[in-house]
Design a protein around this ligand. Structure first.
Ligand code: 13P
Ligand code: SF4
Length: 318
């Protein structure tokens, strides 16, 4: 009788499947995954998949939808269909259409944390790894940017353009948990630590950081760094990955309850059932799929060259 992990390996081979996981997945899922990465790295990985028939996507709804849009000929499965990112649900296609009427001269830049219907209304997409780069390439002086107001603020600090957050208060409930007071206290206690924070954190937290980075950016920064201690302000399981790849370094969570419950809806048992029953299939309406793919591919065109393929679990070519 095979245990769940052995059964997953068997099913992967039988069904010609791979498992992709976001950096916020739990240790057991990171370990069983063929590829672990941030939103941009996962997009690029999905777009490169050729031989594989099935992709099990351990992440939240907008990530799995993006995978389905980028590789419509593959079967994209999500282990728990209720794993949804609340921030992605804060901006509707209708809100975007209204804003475009109010600001016809502005470009509409959407964070990848949006639903497919919203993406279909964007001029271009971005992730936390490339938002500044994407906005810089646009000729527009005015940018509608949504749905994360903190990432919008981060971009506004690096470009000489007017950035209009849409909606004005869009945010991530996990990154909202970090505050300046806790970070100040921790940094006083650990003066030899470097502070790395995600751009979804509020501006006070970002201003206090040594570096503001996407989750993939944190991996790429820590690995070659001579620094031995880091304070990390992002979802807790980011530290799981950082520790796995840097066992000689110390990572201190900026807040030890910063868990994304939505990301944690997946489990090893659900991954096994997902492969066994080939559910839940992620599907996007064809018209929306085609429209949103244009905006995603525009982003990928800009950033593909800077992509560093330095991931663990990148076991082979698919
Ligand atoms: P990254 O693209 O940096 O992994 O961020 C995704 C996300 O959902 C952060 O909350
Ligand atoms: Fe969404 Fe925040 Fe969870 Fe990222 S951490 S998936 S932005 S709720």
């Amino acid at each position: 009788m095979l245990n769940d992990l052995q059964e997953i390996e068997r099913l992967k081979e039988e069904k010609n499947a791979i498992i992709l996981a976001h950096n916020y997945q739990t240790k057991d899922i990171q370990e069983i995954a063929d590829f672990v990465g941030d939103s941009l790295e996962l997009c690029i990985k999905v777009s490169e998949i050729e031989k594989t028939e099935i992709v099990v996507f351990c992440g939240v709804d907008f990530m799995a939808e993006t995978a389905a849009i980028l590789n419509p000929h593959k079967k994209i499965l999500i282990p728990d269909k209720d794993a949804k990112c609340p921030m992605a649900h804060m901006l509707s296609a209708e809100d975007i259409k209204k804003a475009k009427k109010t600001y016809p001269e502005a470009a509409m830049v959407l964070y990848i944390n949006t639903l497919a219907e919203a993406k279909a209304e964007a001029d271009i997409l971005c992730t936390s790894a490339n938002a500044v780069q994407v906005v810089r390439t646009l000729p527009h002086e005015k940018i509608l940017f949504g749905p994360d107001m903190n990432l919008a603020w981060y971009v506004s600090q690096h470009v000489n353009k007017e950035i209009i957050p849409l909606p004005p208060q869009g945010h991530c409930y996990v990154h909202k948990m970090f505050n300046f007071g806790d970070l100040y206290f921790l940094s006083e206690k650990n003066q030899d630590a470097e502070i790395l924070v995600h751009p979804e954190c509020n501006p006070n937290v970002q201003k206090f950081a040594d570096k503001v980075l996407s989750t993939g950016g944190m991996i790429n920064h820590v690995k070659p760094s001579k620094q031995k201690k880091f304070i990390i302000a992002t979802e807790l399981d980011m530290i799981t990955r950082l520790k796995r790849e840097n066992p000689d370094k110390k990572f201190i969570p900026a807040f030890n309850k910063a868990t994304c419950e939505n990301m944690k809806m997946h489990s090893i048992e659900k991954v096994k059932n997902c492969l066994l029953n080939e559910e839940f299939v992620v599907q996007v309406n064809k018209k929306i799929e085609d429209k949103s793919r244009v905006a995603i591919e525009r982003m990928m065109e800009i950033t593909k060259n800077q992509y560093l393929n330095s991931q663990i679990n990148n076991k082979e070519a698919y």
